[in-house]
Design a protein around this ligand. Structure first.
Ligand code: PLP
Length: 446
């Protein structure tokens, strides 16, 4: 494949943008990323005219790939033609809020913002204000955007900011426990229960490999938070409207969090975030309450049209069924390849997300293992081997994944997420052929 134009563009970009990109992960590809010219269904075409099957899909916001259904495209275009935004409320915001509160069980009221980061920042502020407590419990390796409270590394109550520029004093209020570890969850509440404002957790770790919860884990978090007067925040920025269909992952797992953060799909491919929950909580935001929250672009009419019409279309068509079927087929095919060629690797994911994790040990038998990807079933022979938390994922062959495997897949025209940690997304635009071609490429590259 020729990448001359991408290389030239990256060269120019390096002179005027830090690392040549506007979001770090895009530069994880070495020596330089390809630049995208345009999308086409489930594919992207790069600046040199190379075509790839795209499983990155914007890293989460695209349910329909790169071709919007006609009603979605018309709704966006008609909003644009009416003027981009106003600084006054519009009907489309009300309609979108009504749609979300109708479909997501725990959400009675919602505030739209402009990114997932903004949503998690506001959710932490709200939880702290509502409880009068400062500490936020997060999962090690969980991702909640580029924000001060959650960018931490280290263990338990010995955490530090994971980036320069964040005062140590922020990290003093953050506690980090391993995902799927019930004992650690109990301990953090025994030690710090009275100071904990909230536990913030992705229902499925989707920015650190893909790690699904073991049976009962979220129930434990729900009970612990309830008993101690803390709040449970589900960060559904990735899982929202993707996992569990329109009721989101909380519906699938049967858990009612107090606060939910949204992003990605809820804006149909435009910049977005949202904080939802019970009215008595969400109404503590200004102007109905005291907790300051505001944004020039919040509830942007074009974003609202894109998000609402995308979700409406999904409500009226078999969008999630198509996505989940293809996802299942992809993961089942990957499991066969892995069993044959790299039995130590783990096929992770559920419904429309997937990843092959380059883990290092295999069970003795594959008989009776989870079909269609690791689902943390205790009697599966892989159970002890499937990653349970971020440290387990990070212990895999992450450099081989990024430096060797990614490149080989790319050469075969398959665009995978830029490192071992980011999820890959099946969309409504993907086809059986895309799945077959992708499986062939894995066969060659693994
Ligand atoms: C992407 C993501 C965020 C951050 O959202 P941005 O729109 O990138 O700021 C927060 N939480 C989770 C779970 C995410 O996947």
């Amino acid at each position: 494949m020729n990448h001359d134009r991408s290389r030239d563009l990256y060269d120019r970009a390096l002179s005027v943008m830090p690392g040549g990109v506007n979001s770090s992960v895009r530069a994880a590809i070495e020596p330089y990323p390809f630049f995208v010219e345009r999308g086409d269904g489930g594919h992207v075409i790069d600046a040199d005219g190379n075509r790839y099957i795209d499983w990155v899909m914007g890293l989460g916001p695209l349910l329909y790939g790169h071709d919007l259904p006609q009603p979605v495209e018309s709704a966006i275009q008609s909003r644009v033609s009416e003027g981009p935004m106003f600084g006054a409320p519009t009907e489309i915001e009300v309609e979108h809020a009504e749609f979300v509160t109708r479909h997501v069980p725990s959400v009675e009221s919602i505030r739209f913002v402009n990114s997932g980061t903004e949503a998690t920042v506001s959710a932490c502020r709200l939880a702290r204000a509502a409880t009068g407590r400062d500490k936020i419990v997060v999962m090690q390796g969980g991702y909640h955007g580029a924000q001060e409270t959650t960018l931490v590394e280290g263990e338990y109550d010995d955490v530090e900011p994971s980036s320069p520029g964040i005062p140590e004093s922020f990290a003093e209020h953050t506690l980090a426990v391993p995902f799927n570890d019930e004992e650690a969850a109990h301990r953090v509440f025994e030690d710090h229960g009275e100071d904990i404002a909230a536990v913030m957790v992705e229902p499925i770790l989707a920015n650190m490999g893909i790690v699904t919860p073991v049976d009962g884990y979220h129930e434990t978090l729900r009970d612990l938070t309830e008993d101690s007067g803390a709040l449970l925040i589900f960060d559904e920025v990735i899982t929202g409207f993707r996992i569990g269909g329109l009721q989101c992952a909380q519906g699938k797992f049967g858990i009612d969090p107090d606060i939910t953060t949204f992003g990605k799909l809820i804006g149909g491919g435009f910049p977005v975030g949202a904080i939802g929950g019970r009215s008595e909580l969400i109404e503590q935001f200004t102007p109905s309450g005291e907790v300051f929250q505001a944004g020039t672009f919040s509830g942007h009419p074009v974003t609202m049209a894109a998000g609402l019409e995308s979700l409406r279309y999904a409500a009226e068509h078999d969008v999630h069924d198509h996505i989940n079927d293809l996802g299942e087929r992809l993961r089942t095919g990957l499991q066969e390849i892995v069993a044959d060629q790299a039995p130590e690797y783990t096929v992770a994911g559920t419904e429309g997300i997937f990843k092959v994790l380059f883990t290092r040990d295999a069970p003795e038998t594959f008989e009776g293992h989870c079909e269609g990807g690791c689902s943390q079933r205790p009697d599966c022979p892989r159970f002890e081997h499937c990653p349970k938390n971020a440290a387990d994922v990070a212990a895999g062959q992450t450099d081989r994944w990024r430096r060797v495997f990614w490149e080989e897949m790319s050469e075969q025209g398959v665009f995978l997420a830029q490192n071992q940690y980011e999820s890959q997304f099946v969309t409504h635009a993907h086809t059986d052929d895309d799945v077959e071609e992708t499986l062939e490429a894995y066969k060659q590259a693994l």
